[in-house]
Design a protein around this ligand. Structure first.
Ligand SMILES: *Cc1c(COP(=O)(O)O)cnc(C)c1O
Length: 235
């Protein structure tokens, strides 16, 4: 099941990369592991590994961190942990301890709380700034405005506890490919507009829009259902 899904997914990803003259080395596949068990996650990581593809894992919910303790051997072997969910200030400490890279710095209070926790732990927290390129109110993220992002980047540069490495977005939730592409392209244009060498990652693209995202320059795609199948939230 999962192995067939991965065999379907990889050629889609490789073809999209090739259209932009890129290869698998230019992209990180991040498994979005919310609702999945440790065993499913391990199986997926190993199936990718068998095909010569290194993946990382990304979690959304602080309540699900515990299952990753069972995967400590993978972490030690280099499968990095990412946090891609909403940051509640009172959970910032757990998030910072869990995550090698936090994608979802979406507002000032999230930035401050993660910075404070990283400083307390004597850690330099690698982060991405989440940008709301869709204009959808339900989505978090800073305004897609170069001035705003420049200020956040300066804040990070001045901090001893934060290392800003790129931008993240969730593409517009629609069937309109033109709009999806616009929202994803905007993230690349913002990164290019910032013109900061260390700020190079573009975390964008999920199961439904990953080809467009890769064509638009994604360096990290976050994939859940295309690997694990539909999510079941009932348990
Ligand atoms: C769940 C999730 C994904 C993956 O979504 P799929 O559609 O299952 O691929 C990507 N990014 C974020 C932030 C998510 O919460």
């Amino acid at each position: 099941m999962m192995s067939e899904k991965i065999d379907e997914l990889l050629p889609r990803i490789e073809a999209a990369l090739a259209r932009g003259g890129r290869s698998m080395d230019d992209l990180l596949i991040l498994l979005a592991t919310k609702t999945r068990t440790a065993q499913e996650i391990r199986e997926a990581v190993e199936l990718f590994e068998k095909r010569g593809v290194k993946v990382d894992v990304g979690e959304n919910r602080q309540q699900e961190f515990a299952k990753h303790a069972e995967l400590e051997d993978l972490h030690e072997a280099g499968v990095m942990r990412h946090y891609i969910g909403t940051i509640q200030s009172n959970k910032a400490r757990d998030i910072s301890r869990f995550a090698d890279l936090v994608h979802s710095i979406d507002r000032e209070s999230a930035l401050t709380s993660i910075e404070k926790r990283a400083a307390n732990d004597g850690k330099v927290q690698r982060v991405l700034i989440q940008v709301n390129t869709s204009g959808e109110e339900s989505k978090g993220g800073y305004e897609p405005d170069l001035g705003v992002l420049r200020e956040v980047a300066e804040r990070c540069a001045e901090s001893d506890s934060l290392a800003l490495e790129g931008l993240m977005t969730i593409g517009t939730n629609t069937d309109d490919e033109v709009e999806i592409r616009r929202s994803l392209r905007q993230l690349r244009e913002l990164r290019d507009g910032l013109g900061i060498e260390a700020v190079k990652e573009l975390s964008m693209g999920m199961s439904n829009d990953l080809e467009i995202a890769i064509e638009e320059g994604a360096t990290i795609v976050r994939v859940g259902s295309a690997v694990f199948g539909p999510r079941d939230y009932s348990h």
